[in-house]
Write a protein that binds this ligand. Structure first.
Ligand code: ADP
Ligand code: MG
Length: 240
């Protein structure tokens, strides 16, 4: 579903991604872990062209997104993204946040989108919040709205960049539960996370990134219990 070949990204003279190759299959749930500053966000942002790769190739569902003339709107429609800080539109209601993009891009009519918003809000446990503004929501509720908003485009895959890092501890579980149910429904997901318990329980595979490179990638049990690389061992000994 996502095939990444020799992806490089530099900012000026600083090379942040140093040749990443990854193959993510349909329905696969991949957690990305690694130290702060190792390039995890940059990696995720390259997958939906929020950052332009310096070189390398990314093919999504058979289409190169790095080739000249690739359609960014279509890509963003197919690849939902959830950020650490929610990024909701503060001057729009929850329902408007969810329906804006699908209506604007002609994926649905306003009435279809309104109906679908109710379905999605039910899915994330916030059916009663359609008409409130984000400022009246807790962090965990905001993040669940952000997930519903990303799902409104009916994406084939979802990218999450530390979706629970900005939340008070008591809010984390609700957001992880929504993500877990998405995973169980077969959504293809790439999740940058510090939630090692979640990564272990929900992922099909865990990828450890350090210094802009994939150092190790394997099933969660193998990666957490028997990390092969000394850099993985050192990282895990600090966070587990
Ligand atoms: P992580 O998500 O693993 O913490 P990032 O991908 O955010 O890491 O950042 C990797 C490195 O790239 C860091 O050193 C960061 O300072 C640098 N970086 C990220 N975005 C930019 C940018 N827009 N301009 C310059 N440097 C950046
Ligand atoms: Mg980051």
């Amino acid at each position: 579903m996502i095939k990444i070949s020799n992806l490089h990204k530099s900012y000026g003279d600083v090379e942040v991604l140093k040749g990443i190759s990854e193959h993510i299959k349909a329905g696969e749930v991949v957690s990305v872990i690694g130290p702060s500053g190792s390039g995890k966000s940059t990696f995720l942002r390259c997958i939906n062209l929020l950052e332009q790769p310096s070189s390398g190739d990314i093919v999504i569902e058979g289409e190169s997104i790095t080739a000249p003339g690739a359609c960014v709107d279509k890509l963003r429609q197919n690849v939902g993204m959830v950020f650490q800080n929610f990024n909701l539109f503060p001057h729009k209601t929850v329902r408007q946040n969810i329906t804006l993009a699908p209506v604007k891009l002609g994926v649905m009519s306003q009435s279809q989108a309104d109906g679908y918003a109710v379905e999605l809000l039910t899915l994330v446990g916030l059916a009663d919040k359609a008409d409130v503004y984000p400022s009246s929501l807790s962090g965990g509720q905001k993040q669940r709205v952000a997930i519903a908003r990303a799902l409104a485009m009916k994406p084939d895959m979802m990218l999450f960049d530390e979706p629970t890092s900005a939340l008070d501890p008591e809010m984390v579980g609700d957001v992880l539960d929504v993500m877990k149910s998405l995973a169980e429904q077969g959504m293809t997901m790439v999740i940058v996370t510090h939630e090692m318990g979640f990564a272990r329980e929900v992922s099909d595979r865990v990828v450890f990134i350090d210094g802009g490179e994939i150092v190790e990638s394997s099933e969660p049990k193998a990666l957490f219990d028997q990390p092969q690389h000394p850099r993985t061992q050192a990282f895990l000994s600090k966070v587990l």
